[in-house]
Design a protein around this ligand. Sequence first.
Ligand code: PLZ
Length: 422
Amino acid sequence: MTARRNATVARGVSTTLPVFVTAAGGGILLDADGNSLIDFGSGIAVASVGNAAARVAERVQAQVAQFTHTCFMVTPYEGYVEVCEELSRRTPGTHDKRSALFNSGAEAVENAVKIARHATGRQAVVAFDHAYHGRTNLTMALTAKNMPYKQGFGPFAGEVYRVPMAYPLRWPDGPEACRAEALKLVKSLIHAQVGEENVAAVIIEPIQGEGGFIVPPEGFLRGLSEFCAEHGIVFIADEIQSGFCRTGDWFACEHDGVVPDLVTTAKGIAGGLPLAAVTGRAEIMDAVHPGGLGGTYGGNPVACAAALGAIETMQAEDLPGKARRIGDVMLPRLRKLASAYPAIADVRGRGAMIAIELTKPGTLEPDPAATAAVAAACHQAGLVVLTCGTFGNVLRFLPPLVIGEPLLEEGLDILEDAFAII
Ligand code: PLZ
């Protein structure tokens, strides 16, 4: 199958593990050779409710038998409306909200920027160091990292400005200085280099995903959202990776007491089917003229049925609580590992969005080679882990929120063994 793949699938679409999945569920992937792998990746933070989750499968099967597509822009159906009602109910803030549905995270981010520009009549968009917002042209411009996302794919969309991220481990004078200085620096750069009155939106991942699971210090997100409110700037929280119970709250912003103007969601929203959304203040969302937003497949009925099954599962099985429990099990074990291996410079994250950052011992010099070696040893032993980070030196753990504790512990055993052999 690998030979067939290589003969027909474009090289640009790469693969982390050389296996072909035949079935998955309960935190385990089965491959075509009969191996079982423990899943600490959830297909990049998507299968939060587990693979083939019962409520998702049932609703999808029923919907597929009923009708598969009409195009909501031509002849609407209830599932789309129900998903928007759930988004209004679940996203932070009690204000009047509207949503629009799309197919992928990048598409949601593009539309959030379109909406913010339309609503403000301004053009500039401010994004952060280490940000990841997608691979389409506008979202590539918002994404910080060159390789592999941007190299050779320019020119990029204009009116995108980048400011430093509050990255405690790598702030020049350390975490305490980061807490004290980051917000001030960001505000002064926006003032000096862009001008507040030109900024349509500030977009930020409340916990950065691909960039390295970077958790800003307490107060940074709140201060940023207050700054936006003060200057009529739309504050967009990209919760595509951090949202839908992953961090132990329905949305990561809640932990910081922040109510974004617009929220982008995707990944965990629909148990593996492609669905994404922009949800936000009614007056901002409805600034756009009828027909200004849409797409053939956005809010496809089968994807909406899956989302309703996934959201029902999150509620019924208390997945925010399960995510917090995963963090409570993982963090102490990872901290213990860090005290045994000085290459682990940082253990961070929240709920079931946890990472370790690897450096040359005693320094902050990133060690992507050691990171890749640990990941490869895990893969060899049957544990799916993913790497991330601007410098490729972060191992991230995103187990399905429904994973059983024995399996979680077994995965951590494999990780510990991997450190011992490299
Ligand atoms: N915003 C915060 O995490 C997707 C990227 C995988 P799409 N992250 C996984 C890869 O290498 O392509 C992501 C994200 C945040 C936006 C996106 C984009 O979501 O559904 O991949 O378009």
